[in-house]
Ligand binder design. Structure first.
Ligand code: ZN
Length: 453
């Protein structure tokens, strides 16, 4: 082969290189961009109701990172991973409208995934009923939400501007620090590790190489709440996911390492509670990713097909009397929720429906990425694996909107935080109706059929 190359003209050598790339991974185009989104001043943090004051420092910077992949003109997807607790629908909609206007990017070609760090700023109005925020802090949060919107538009545009020939590979590893956090007790489900509960320990990894074979980006995913750090930590970080991204970027200089969170609604990192443990879990995840990168990975080919759908979920019926009763609750968020609901009922607004985004992205016959809104519990990921055989499916959650937990039928039946007690924080009237899992899956079946699965 080397003799042939030496004798070849420049043009045929380039041709041979293209063929070689074709052997190892079908060529696409990829663009990568990252923007730091760490607030520059102290801000109220989100994820825990117990916080009493704004942030007071930074442990690890927060990032928005974008990976644009294009298989041919118009067949593209831009995946944006964001180190915040959740992207509210209002921010997602504005970003989508602006990238459409500025870059011609359609809604189904954009995927926003929030890492669900509990040591990031609140993204107004996500989880606004979790705490009573002083008005001057609220103003700062609204300003941050606008700045974040601008950053997400910019990073999307920068990734699109960066598109250049690339090859993409997929592989899967595993990491074991995620545990099921719904422990059945005689008094109901308790938030504590349940060694017998379902988990999903897979670590899907995408590797993006440029034409010379150099790694440009790594996208890795895991189904685990980003909550090693508790409410006593007031410094910004993206928890284990931030440490994992930083470790991979240190080990692979010049590479963007992006974290996508999967169906982690009822999964916590164990053990938890200290910065050292967040770093330990991050390193464990980075090591799992590195093992995948150095092993044999499968080429990912086009064409890229994607589709985005909004569906309606229903909440269980609640009466005015229920909320009047809840005004006397000892839980402040329940009282605030009751006030909100009574006001909504007075104004004739519906309080029993939630709009829910579901997106599917398929790469040729090599890989499908399903992106669900909300804090989806792990049963969904396991059911997706049971229903879709053959080529791998990654089921991401916390995508395009985080409006609530999304309990499975089982979790809803059992009750507990993910089914009932978290709903006041999201300002929703109460638990979902019993058909929630079937409604989500009806939408999953539709978007999957649209991309040919
Ligand atoms: Zn959560």
């Amino acid at each position: 082969m080397s003799t042939l190359l030496v004798k070849s003209t420049r043009r045929s050598a380039a041709f041979l290189m293209l063929c070689a790339a074709g052997l190892y991974g079908a060529e696409m185009k990829a663009g990568v961009a990252k923007l730091e989104i760490t607030p520059t001043t102290p801000l109220w943090m989100s994820g825990y109701a117990a916080r009493t004051h704004p942030s007071d420092g930074v442990l690890v910077p927060l990032w928005a990172k974008a990976l644009a992949l294009e298989s041919s003109k118009g067949r593209r997807i831009v995946m944006v991973t964001i180190d915040v607790v959740g992207i509210p629908r209002s921010v997602a909609d504005e970003v989508a409208a602006r990238v459409n206007k500025q870059f011609g990017l359609k809604r189904e070609h954009l995927l926003l995934n929030a890492s669900h760090t509990h040591t990031g700023p609140m993204v107004w109005p996500n989880l606004m009923n979790m705490a009573v925020i002083p008005p001057e802090e609220e103003r700062k949060l609204i300003a941050y939400s606008h700045a974040l919107t601008d950053a997400l538009v910019s990073v999307t545009g920068a990734a699109l501007n960066d598109l250049a020939p690339a090859t993409v590979f997929y592989g899967e590893g595993s990491a074991a620090f995620a545990g099921n956090r719904r422990l059945p007790t005689p008094t109901g489900i308790k938030n504590s590790q349940n060694p017998d509960g379902p988990v999903d320990h897979r670590v899907p990894v995408l590797k993006i190489l440029d034409r010379t074979g150099k790694v440009r980006a790594i996208l890795f995913a895991y189904a685990c709440h980003n909550t090693t750090l508790g409410a006593d930590i007031y410094q910004f970080s993206a928890d284990y996911a931030g440490y994992a991204q930083a470790a991979l970027e240190r080990k692979h200089p010049g590479v963007a390492a992006m974290f996508m969170i999967l169906c982690a609604g009822d999964q916590n990192p164990y053990p938890r509670g200290t910065v050292a443990l967040a770093e330990q879990h991050g390193n464990e995840l980075a090591d799992a990713v590195d093992r995948v990168l150095s092993g044999s990975m499968t080429p990912v080919s086009g064409p890229i097909r994607s589709t985005f759908k909004l569906t309606q979920l229903r909440l269980a019926p609640r009466s005015r009397e229920d909320f009047q009763q809840e005004l006397k609750s000892p839980v402040p968020a329940v009282v605030r929720r009751a006030e909100l609901m009574l006001k909504a009922m007075d104004a004739g607004r519906r309080i029993d429906e939630v709009e829910y985004p579901v997106e599917a992205v398929r790469f040729g016959h090599s890989l499908t990425l399903l992106a669900l809104g909300g804090e989806v519990t792990v049963d969904y990921a396991l059911r997706v694996q049971r229903e879709y055989h053959g080529e791998p499916v990654i089921a991401a959650a916390y995508s395009n909107d985080v409006m609530s937990y999304i309990p499975s039928a089982r979790v809803l039946r059992e009750g507990g935080y993910e089914a009932v007690d978290s709903m006041p924080y999201y300002g929703l009237s109460g638990p979902y109706a019993t058909d929630v899992e079937e409604r989500v899956f009806a939408a999953i079946h539709q978007v999957m059929a649209k991309v040919g699965r």
